[in-house]
Design a protein around this ligand. Structure first.
Ligand code: NAP
Length: 253
């Protein structure tokens, strides 16, 4: 059944892929973002774009990760979205979040995502929350954030990253289905030790930085334990393996 689906953040890394996939399934899909005249923070264009929509997929992200800015972004944009969705009669709100948000409440970004998830759960709109692990595309940024001089220091905890392509598949599949009124986890096909993952990523780019497994090291300034970053339940696994994604011949970048 073809439905009108509005993808908030539909021009972003995940959003643009979700839009393509849902269109390929025959749905009427609108990519919504400030560039297309829809701003969830100010409310601009929201009432118009949601007219006749059955499903809203929120894969937007805050332009700033500074503590106050990111909290205000997710609080205001999610609050506005849910209010306008109720007025428009939207029947399914799908949001992308992060595996382990609740275990990482020591990180400002995760606290903002927890607020987003709570607003969704407390609203009257049927919903599905997809929690994904770290994107492959994000691994270099993680390495940079853990770098001092020529050394990358990370805790040797488990991490199970995934390709943005697989994230988009998981989100599109959920958006095309009935509301779960719950949370599903999605992750990559392989589980790594954090230091091994970073070593593999750097090696692929001939990056000479040394990677040190340090149990005291933090993840973006927050303490993490063995299982903080990986799914707790039965996660939907992606298909793309990190080593294949890294290989220039096959990398879908
Ligand atoms: N990075 C990870 O490893 C990871 C892991 C799990 C989950 N996630 C989640 O994945 C989601 C999407 O991430 P991404 O990397 O695809 O983001 P992204 O590429 O930065 O795209 C963000 C999108 O949000 C739009 N946007 C920003 N401000 C907006 C506003 N006020 N109103 C409407 N749209 C707005 C942007 O439009 P403009 O470009 O026009 O500003 C863009 O289309 C995030 O919610 C994040 O929490 C990320």
């Amino acid at each position: 059944m073809s439905r009108k689906i509005v993808v908030i953040g539909g021009t972003g890394l995940i959003g643009s892929k979700v839009v393509t996939k849902l269109r390929a399934h025959g749905h009427e899909v609108v990519a919504a973002a400030p560039d297309t005249g829809v701003n969830t923070v100010t409310g601009e264009g929201l009432a118009e774009v949601l007219q006749g929509a059955s499903v809203v997929v929120d894969v937007s992200n805050s332009p700033s990760f500074e503590e106050k800015a990111v909290r205000e972004f997710f609080q205001t944009s999610t609050g506005n979205l849910l209010r306008y969705e109720a007025a428009a009669g939207v029947g399914h709100h799908v949001a992308l979040s992060v595996v382990g948000t609740e275990r990482m409440s020591n990180l400002p970004y995760m606290r903002a995502k927890i607020v987003q998830e709570r607003l969704i759960k407390e609203s009257s709109i049927p919903y599905s929350i997809v929690q994904a692990t770290q994107f492959f595309e994000f691994v270099n940024a993680i390495a940079d954030s853990a770098t001092a001089g020529n050394t990358v220091r990370v805790p040797p905890v488990f991490i199970q990253p995934m390709a943005s392509e697989d994230v988009a598949n998981a989100v599109a599949r959920v958006a095309a289905g009935a509301p779960l009124n719950g949370t599903v986890e999605t992750a990559g096909p392989d589980r790594f030790r954090f230091d091994e993952l970073i070593r593999q990523a750097l090696r692929a780019r001939n990056d000479p930085r040394e990677v040190i497994a340090d149990p005291q090291a933090h993840y973006y300034g927050g303490a993490v334990t063995e299982l903080t970053l990986v799914p707790q339940g039965e996660a939907r696994l992606g298909q793309i393996r990190f080593e294949d994604w890294l290989s220039p011949a096959t990398a879908p970048r």
